[in-house]
Write a protein that binds this ligand. Structure first.
Ligand SMILES: Nc1ncnc2c1ncn2[C@@H]1O[C@H](COP(=O)(O)OP(=O)(O)O)[C@@H](O)[C@H]1O
Ligand SMILES: [Mg+2]
Length: 313
């Protein structure tokens, strides 16, 4: 019999799911979670399609009626963990982590491009809704459900017409990337090619600078160029020209589930308002130029300081 240690409660799982690791560290188990069985089925499919994902080893129902899924470990540290460990006063990511990200991202992108389906506007609109969690975001922030925001999202969809759609991750970023593959397929769905991989370094500033590392301009350029090459070779088109629309949808996603239910949690309120502010900034940049540069975002600290001084003047 295995003994399992809880790694963490699963974020964004209304079913109260958790992730566990086996005592020898070779396997991970996820429990509960309304859509866990579907997640495992999807992951099995992806593995069969040649995606770099953990193999599903076992799944079923516990005596308590919880769903469980066991998968192989892809290693001890994500690229996010590696970035944190190598911080030594320097803020830029180590180049080795950037290269690893480009390598794994390229492998995922290649597998995705091999299973592309033609785009249609309906599929792109579904992607905006699923990837952007727009139902939740507009419910929690009704003041942002405006013709202006809707028009920007429509413009993003129109700009992406003709980009092939592929089975995607929706929560792609360094914490879910390990040197041999990509974990955590809780959110998933059809995405325009490159939506997952192209943004891995672009989204770091959404964390507010509190993670301690950043990607420098040259690192971002190099990473994107590596992915562009894969996209050109597989789909016949680069993907860096889609960053604007992709980041607009991401900015909506990063606002999902942020509104605190407990008004006394001022820390959570601050983060919620920060993400609201970032969406506004992204919207302005996108409307003005069609592009978005996350390096221009304020950090969480500078945003908080600005709000404080505004409140006290
Ligand atoms: N197959 C795996 N191989 C290696 N580490 C894993 C694996 N599955 C989960 N982990 C570890 O457990 C953590 C939480 O799992 P994850 O599914 O990403 O949960 P969450 O949905 O909360 O982000 C990951 O960040 C990673 O450290
Ligand atoms: Mg994760």
């Amino acid at each position: 019999m295995d003994t399992w240690r809880v790694v963490k409660k699963r974020t964004a799982d209304p079913g109260g799911g958790a992730v566990h690791v086996s005592s020898d560290g070779t396997r991970y188990m996820r429990t509960s979670g309304a859509s866990l069985a579907a997640e495992a089925a999807f992951q099995r499919q992806l593995a069969a399609l040649g995606y770099p994902v953990p193999r599903v080893l076992d799944d079923g129902t516990t005596d308590d009626g919880d769903v469980f899924v066991v998968e192989e470990s892809l290693g001890e540290r994500s690229l996010h963990d590696m970035a944190l460990e190598s911080l030594d006063g320097a803020r830029d990511l180590p180049d080795t982590v950037v290269d690893l990200a480009a390598e794994v991202g390229g492998r995922l992108l290649r597998a995705q491009a091999a299973h592309a389906v033609p785009a249609d506007l309906q599929a792109l609109r579904s992607w905006v809704r699923e990837a952007g969690w727009t139902d939740n975001v507009f419910a929690e922030n009704p003041d942002l459900d405006t013709p202006r925001v809707r028009a920007a999202l429509d413009r993003a969809v129109a700009r992406l017409a003709g980009v092939p759609m592929v089975p995607g991750h929706l929560d792609y970023g360094l914490p879910n990337v390990l040197p041999v593959g990509v974990i955590d397929w809780q959110h998933r769905g059809l995405v325009p090619l490159g939506y997952d991989t192209a943004l891995a370094l672009e989204i770091i500033p959404f964390k507010g600078g509190t993670k301690g590392y950043r990607a420098g301009p040259e690192q971002r350029r190099r990473y994107l160029e590596a992915l562009n090459e894969v996209a050109r070779a597989t789909a016949g088109q680069p993907l860096s020209q889609h960053l604007g629309p992709y980041l607009l949808v991401k900015a909506v996603f990063f606002l999902a589930l942020m509104k605190p239910t407990d008004p006394a949690r001022t820390d959570k309120r601050l983060k919620w308002h920060y993400r609201r502010h970032l969406l506004t900034e992204v919207l302005e940049q996108y409307e003005r130029t069609g592009a978005v540069d996350p390096a221009r975002f304020p950090t969480l600290d500078s945003f908080a300081a600005r709000r404080d001084s505004a409140a006290h003047s």
